[in-house]
Design a protein around this ligand. Sequence first.
Ligand code: HEM
Length: 525
Amino acid sequence: MNYSPQSLAQFDNLLYPTVLISLLSALVTAYFLSGRSRQQPPGPWVLLPGIGHLLRFAKDPVEQLRTLRKQYGDVFKVYMGTMPVVFISGFDVINGVLHDRGAEFAHRPPSFIAEKLVSNKGFLNTSGNVWTEQKHNIARTLRSLSASGGLLEQYIKSTVNNLTDHLQSVIQKGEGGQVDLTPVVRRSVCSIAFSMAYGRQLDLDSQLLVSYTDTLDQFLRCMKLAVTTTFIPYIHLLPNDPVGYRKCKQLAVVIEMDFVRPELERLAQIHREAQMTCEKKTGETITTAPTLCYAGAYMDEMNEKIRNNIPTMMSEEHLPKTVSDVIMGSFDTITTTIQWFLIYMTHHLDVQKKCRQEIHKFMGEDGCDVSDIDRSKLAYTQATIMEVQRVANIGPMPPCHTSDKDTHINGYFIPKNTAIMTNMDSLMMGPEVGDDPTEFRPERFLTEDGRPFYPKWFLPFSTGKRMCPGVSVAKKELLGFVVGLLSRFQFCAPLVDGNEELPSLEGVYGLTKAPQPFKLCIQSV
Ligand code: HEM
């Protein structure tokens, strides 16, 4: 093509409008793109899943979440009280946020209740360096405690033996027809948590254990409603303490002053004495507590760092709250899982029988030793525990995560410190489970040749940096209780007015989803 000087001049005339139009369209595109990049997740403006349920004016929160997910997809935002909460659902999104971007989302959002109840100290509610340093210490100690042949196995063995002896005596007294197992199971679980924390064992009937368990129990019951202040802080100003916030604060003080601090003082004293003896004998300073426990291990590392002028965030202020967080982390979750396990076993006697047969086959029929369990042999029993964890879904709304920087999830803009909550139901009852998620079927956790199968979507302990640090303790404890109980007893529905009355499968939402009060009939096998 030939360009004449005139045609080039015409082109020149077009140059300015062309550049102008391009600039304008670039600006418009940038405007829309920046709008898109700041687009917030969809969701209704005011809705109170969880809290509404607690305050008894909304339906089952899990049902609400299912409806919302259908309507808005895997990332949606609701206002829980005055606080926006972004819910993430489905394996891909949850794993993407908590695991693949674990460091970014390893923070906890600011919380009124954490600030007022524990002054933002401890483990569960802290973030950043203080959390990381404590996490390393706790994870290391829990790993040592739960190692094969470690102290946890001894604690489980003696506690489960005491529990089964107690149940045997209930049966011998002719009272096995309708037993409320919850108090004794709670005490047993608390006893193991106590031993791991402070390195000494308490008798199941000891006054200290009874009152520690009762106080923890009262605190957790009280927290069911008091947690509302996280989402509507002004509620705590109302007269007559309608949500039990002030009562919870008092109970937190009682737990620390009456139970935690005396044990910490006792450990410090033992440590001082051991140190003096060691210095006299060898001239060396000992660096490990006489008995492994996580309060003692925390003190050791903290004191060692202080002695050697190594900068540390571990402190006397964090210590009692951190110990309480770990005890609380295990107490409610393990008790609730065992309660649900027993309930589901009364609903599925065939499964109960199969577990017992497996236990008797591989561990003997006479009072098997729960400190010496070969997990690989008890595949069906383990699969049953996992299936109970799935269907009972005791933590449908686990602690919130957040990022300390503005960020995006699935293209939606998430301002820093926004609370992000995992929709656990979307994993436990989601499409990945198969086409029969409501059915109780332990086989879904077994391969075709009967070996354990761990599907990627099964995340009851969460995933990523902030995943439950007690996972191996929990697995050992749950299996120990199940083996000890099923090897010696048969659990079934009690007779009420001549009719079998199966315990309800409907849960009560608190910090965990617990069963309604229930009784079972226990028989020796
Ligand atoms: C069936 C038993 C258990 C279940 C289902 C469970 C589940 C969970 C879940 C879902 C979280 C939240 C993780 C996250 O934020 O992403 C968590 C945190 C935690 N769990 Fe467990 N847990 C169990 C037992 C235990 C035990 C036995 C211990 C202690 C020995 C424990 C100690 C903790 C602690 C201290 C946290 C807070 C972690 C943090 O904030 O970084 N849990 N657990």
